[in-house]
Design a protein around this ligand. Structure first.
Ligand SMILES: Nc1ncnc2c1ncn2[C@@H]1O[C@H](COP(=O)(O)OP(=O)(O)OP(=O)(O)O)[C@@H](O)[C@H]1O
Ligand SMILES: [Mg+2]
Length: 229
């Protein structure tokens, strides 16, 4: 497996960036990888959430609050970067540095309205659009979801995964529990699938394949479950 640097970014606040960053870091740790977690948001939610888990994972987990050039040579298998809700210099550096930038979007207009400038910024760093896939968070049967889906397909944004909302997740993340506590196996699947797809995408990038859209679209049918919020 290649080394993986993933950033989680959206200029919109409260869309689930930190939650996804925590979950990806935890899945990597559970699967016995070493993880370097970089928290670029001064609110420190990512460091605080992972700080709870430091006791379980000890030296497998390193947490810091700046991204430096040297980090490209880090010994960890996974680098997970949580960005602030702004296209600050720190976020731009993260977009430049990461192999894949996961972009969570809620079914609301403001989650989606700022993405053009993000893709332009990424393009300046030589990044393909497919390296910045959206992750839908809490898309349901509402009219707003329908409008958001329409916007996503009109603008031809890549979509990596659909993540359901779960009532356990905010509790687990803020109380230092493993994110998946209380979730049934099939409810964990979309999160694990996202993790697997990121590995596959980075493998392809390392092979020199930049059209990685098929990695994201290779998805099974959405699960239904009874744990949704
Ligand atoms: N899959 C999920 N299921 C249930 N709740 C979720 C999920 N993802 C995020 N949340 C909740 O939504 C809220 C916002 O999530 P989070 O803090 O991850 O967003 P953020 O984009 O990092 O916000 P900010 O821009 O302020 O840093 C939190 O209360 C979080 O617990
Ligand atoms: Mg956050």
């Amino acid at each position: 497996m290649s080394k993986i640097a993933v950033a989680v970014f959206n200029r919109k606040g409260g869309v689930g960036k930190t939650t996804i960053a925590v979950i990806l870091a935890q899945i990597a740790l559970i699967r016995r990888n070493k993880v370097l977690a970089i928290d670029l948001d001064p609110s420190r939610n990512f460091s605080d959430a992972l700080g709870f888990l430091k006791n379980y994972f000890n030296e497998s987990l390193r947490i810091k609050d700046t991204l430096e050039d040297d980090d490209a040579g880090a010994s960890e298998e996974w680098i997970v970067i949580d960005c602030p809700p702004s296209l600050s210099d720190a976020s731009k550096n993260a977009i430049d540095f990461a192999d894949i930038v996961v972009v969570p979007v809620r079914p609301d207009f403001f989650s989606l309205s700022n993405l053009g400038v993000m893709y332009q910024t990424a393009e300046k760093f030589g990044k393909e659009k497919a390296q910045l896939p959206l992750v839908k968070v809490g898309y349901d049967n509402s009219v707003m979801t329908k409008i958001a889906n329409q916007l996503i397909s009109e603008r031809d944004y890549p979509v990596a995964e659909d993540l359901p909302l779960h009532k356990h997740i905010p509790y687990n993340i803020t109380s230092g529990r493993i994110w998946s506590t209380g979730l049934m196996a099939r409810s964990r699947q979309p999160f694990e699938r996202l993790y697997e797809k990121i590995i596959k995408a980075v493998d392809k990038l390392n092979e020199g394949v930049f059209d990685i859209n098929e990695v994201w679209t290779d998805r099974k049918e959405d699960e239904t479950n009874d744990e949704n919020v």
